[in-house]
Every structure is written in C-alpha cells, then in structure tokens.
Design a protein around this ligand. Structure first.
Ligand code: AHR
Length: 490
C-alpha cells in the first residue's frame, strides 16, 4: 500500500499548547496511595513520595496534572486534606466505595507536582460542595491577603501561595452516577456563581466548565448549549471526556475511534462558537479534553467495599491500545487551534501508562511510549498535512484513513516531526513525505512501536512492547499496524 503526505510550512493549524500532554491523578484505587505516595517504599522521599515513580513522570514530561478527581471530587471536602496529617479524618469515598485516609491533600500534591515539573489543574467540588468552599480553596491556594484561609496555608507550612492557575468547576456533572448530579440548568447556574466568586478572589485564574462526559450521551449538545448560556462570560474552557474500548474485538473499528474523537472536538467547537455568535461576544471559549484514554479491560470488575487503596481500574494495555492512544494524541495535535489542554486519564496505576507494585517495581505500559514521545517531541507548530491514502469503513459507517498522521514544525531545531500510525492490519505502507519550502530535507531518525501480536502486553518482568530505532533506508516503509515517529532535519 502507498501513502503520501504533503505539507507546506506556511499552511499550519496552530501552535501547540504543551498542556495538551497533561494527565490526571485522582484519589481512586492505587493512583495516590501505592502509586505516587508510599512512605514505606525504598525510594520514598522525606514527604513519602516514590522517587521511582517521579522519575517516570519526569521522563514523560507531564506539563499539567488534574487533581483530585474525577468522581471522587464530587463528595470531597478539601479541608480534610490539609494541615497535621495525624488529625486528618478518614472518610467514606462514596464514588468508589473506598476509604479515604486523607494522608495526601492539596498541601502534599502541589509539592509533588512541583518536584515532577508539572502545573496543577485543581478541581472544585460542585457535587456536594458550595461556591463558598470553592472560594475558600482559591484563597487558601493563591492568596496573600492576611485573611483566614491565606493564613491557614501559612500556618500549615506554606509561606508562598501555590499559584494554581487552572481550575475545573466540578466533574462530569451531566452523569447520573455523579455525587450531586445536576441538570444542565442547575449546573450552569451554580457554575456561574462559583466562577464569579473564584475569580473575585484571584482574577488571574482560568476556569474550565464541565461539558459532556461522553459524546454518546443523550444530553450531549443541549448540555453544552445550556451550560455555556449561563457561564460563557465567566469561564475560559469547556471540558470533554471520552474513553474508548474494544469490547467487540474488532480492531479495525477500534483503531478508527480517533476519527470519532475528532468529530467530538469539532462539534464542541461549533457549539462554543454558536453561543459566542448568539451572545455577540468577542471572547472565544477553547477546549480542555481533560479525560481521555482507552478504558474497558476492567469494566464490570467487582471488588470489596470500603478498602483503602483497592487495586481497581488497573487496565493492562495491549499493543493495539497503544496504537489508538497514538492516534488520539495526533487528533489532539491536529486540533491544537482549539484544544489547549488535555489529560490522559490517568497517570499511575489507574487506567495508566505508569504501573507500580506495592513496595516494589515500576513499569511502563504499552501506552506509555506514544504518550512519552508525543510529549517530548510534539512541541511547536502543527502544519496541515494533506494526506493521500486509502481508507476503510467501520461497522458503524465511519470512513477511516489507513494513515493517521500529524506533522509538527520545530523551527528552533529546524526539524519536522511526523507522527504516523499505519492502521492496516495486513499491509505495510510505503510513505512519500514532501515538505514544500524545506530545502535539503533529510530523515534523521525513525522510531517504531511494533508488535506482531496486537494483544501483547507489558509487565514488571517483561517489556514486550517497546520502541526501537529503525535503520534509515531509501524507501520509507511503515509496517502494518505500527506507530512511528520520524524526525526530519532541514
Ligand atoms: O477516570 C476515571 C473516571 O472516569 C473519573 O473518575 C470520572 O471523571 C470518569 O467517569
């Protein structure tokens, strides 16, 4: 099979906001306890954080991390997680039917985030929480006003404000599984009032309002329109959440899901702009795709109620999952004109690229690799690829090109980085890449993620799915069902 990509450096989609390579740590399963935090671990630092995990997070270079949830957020009182650890209450976490010890809260998490070089994307509880609790949390984190919560932070040992810039107004409030679930009208109103108070405390913060938790929900569209009617003037981003799976064991359909993701993004952009037009507003609302991933291997798992850090949602990812994650990252890059933040959900142990053993080793899942390469190399300007290749139709009528690609210009390094997945399950692809306006273009590096077995997985003992550097030859070939990164110099 043959495919052709043509780019012209003057035709571009936009400049990448590195925050599209963000991730997510929720108080669920072993993400926090046994994941990032384990004081008994041999690598634990003075705060109880596992340094082996920190090293892996740094290897990816995660620019922003959403915290503390997720479904957990909607029943969480942030005051439980600050100050003297010995005095913090244990609570029932109704979202995950677990016990929350509160040994990690915002005091610790912002410190951890600093150590791994990430910003915090903080979320406020709008399930059981109130606008005033959100206001107080902004004061606690960001103020130096000599007032109660700002002083409380100092008393807890943090003289300088945490300076958290990005804040989410609740989590998945459209979902009936959510603690304190609301109609669009109810949520729109409370989000608007909460946004006002939070920005009155700190006008420099940016706010993300909840969009739909899945494109396929009946309320999609109507939800965004109603919520933005109320909040347009007060918020900066609307959120999107989407997970995909391969329950039907149809790999061709599964690999086409990023095309679905693309139309989700474009639909939300259209809704934001419709509200903008209706309101005669000059302001543009951008998108925060703050939960996305493959998630289905652990669906329907059963576990015992009321445990501390139960090992739940620990999907073990296959090679084909890594191919779709690679395609989804390209979709985010190719929509960088409007998607300014995105969070791979999640980061450690829970539907995650990084896994840990309790008091033991860490290891990289298959999805770690496309994520890490996108985050490290996918920086700069996304140019518009004109792609000529074959396509196939999925069982639900979606037309999917065999080649998924994104092309990123890094002017400082005089480099073009091409990410490419050959979705064909049978044929290799001869790729012809032309970059108009680039003299002396030369392919310098070709990294490939390939495995003959689409269902292959990694473990602490064996990295079956791992990238390799390919020899550069005259003919560029992308193997059947492979993920690739090509670095061209000009
Ligand atoms: O990431 C796991 C869960 O998925 C989150 O808690 C929730 O927001 C979503 O439904």
């Amino acid at each position: 099979m043959k495919a052709k990509i043509v780019v012209n450096l003057h035709y571009f989609i936009g400049d990448i906001d590195n925050r599209i390579y963000g991730s997510f740590i929720e108080h669920v399963g072993r993400a926090v306890y046994g994941g990032i935090y384990e004081p008994t671990h041999s690598t634990a630092d003075e705060n109880g954080f596992r340094q082996d995990v920190m090293e892996m997070v740094k290897q990816i270079g995660v620019p922003i991390i959403r915290y503390p949830g997720g479904n957990f957020l909607s029943g969480y009182n942030w005051m439980d997680g600050i100050g003297d650890k010995a005095k913090r209450p244990q609570r029932l976490d109704l979202a995950w039917r677990a016990i929350e010890t509160n040994q990690v809260g915002i005091d610790e998490f912002q410190e951890w985030a600093k150590r791994v070089g990430s910003q915090v994307m903080m979320a406020v509880n709008l399930g059981t929480g109130t606008p005033q609790e959100a206001q107080n949390l902004v004061e606690y984190c960001n103020s130096n006003t000599g007032t109660y919560y700002a002083e409380l932070r100092k008393k807890n040992g943090f003289e300088d404000p945490f300076a958290i810039k990005t804040w989410c107004l609740g989590n998945e409030m459209d979902g009936d599984w959510q603690i304190g679930h609301k109609t669009a009208e109810e949520y729109g109103r409370i989000a608007q009032e909460t946004a006002k108070l939070m920005k009155w405390v700190d006008p420099s913060i940016e706010l993300v309002v909840c969009g739909s938790s899945d494109y396929r929900r009946k309320t999609f569209g109507e939800w965004e329109l109603t919520v933005l009617e109320h909040t347009y003037d007060y918020v900066d981003y609307v959120s999107l959440h989407q997970y995909y799976g391969n329950k039907m064991k149809n790999t061709a359909d599964f690999l086409g899901k990023s095309v679905h993701m693309d139309s989700f993004i474009k639909s939300v952009v259209a809704i934001c702009d419709a509200v903008k037009a209706k309101k005669h507003s000059k302001k543009t609302i951008n998108l925060s795709f703050d939960e996305w991933n493959v998630w289905f291997h652990t669906h329907g798992e059963s576990y015992e109620d009321w445990q501390v850090a139960p090992a739940i949602l620990e999907d073990i990812y296959t090679f084909e999952d890594a191919l779709l994650v690679g395609c989804m990252l390209m979709t985010l890059q190719n929509n960088c004109d409007r998607v300014k933040m995105a969070c791979l959900a999640q980061l450690v142990n829970v539907i995650a690229p990084i896994m840990t053993e309790n008091n033991g080793r860490t290891w990289a899942q298959t999805i770690f690799y496309p994520y890490m390469y996108a985050s490290v190399y996918g920086k700069g300007r996304v140019v518009k690829p004109i792609v000529d290749c074959g396509a196939y139709e999925t069982s639900d009528g979606l037309v999917v090109p065999y080649l998924e690609t994104s092309v990123i210009l890094n002017q400082d390094e005089r480099q073009l980085i091409v990410f490419a997945v050959n979705r064909s399950l049978e044929e290799d692809m001869m790729l012809d890449f032309t970059a108009q306006g680039c003299d002396g273009l030369q392919l310098k590096k070709h990294i490939e993620l390939y495995c003959d077995d689409l269902k292959a997985t990694n473990s602490a003992d064996k990295q079956v799915v791992a990238p390799c550097e390919k020899e550069i030859t005259d003919v560029l070939s992308l193997r059947k069902h492979s993920w690739n990164m090509l670095i061209y110099k000009y």
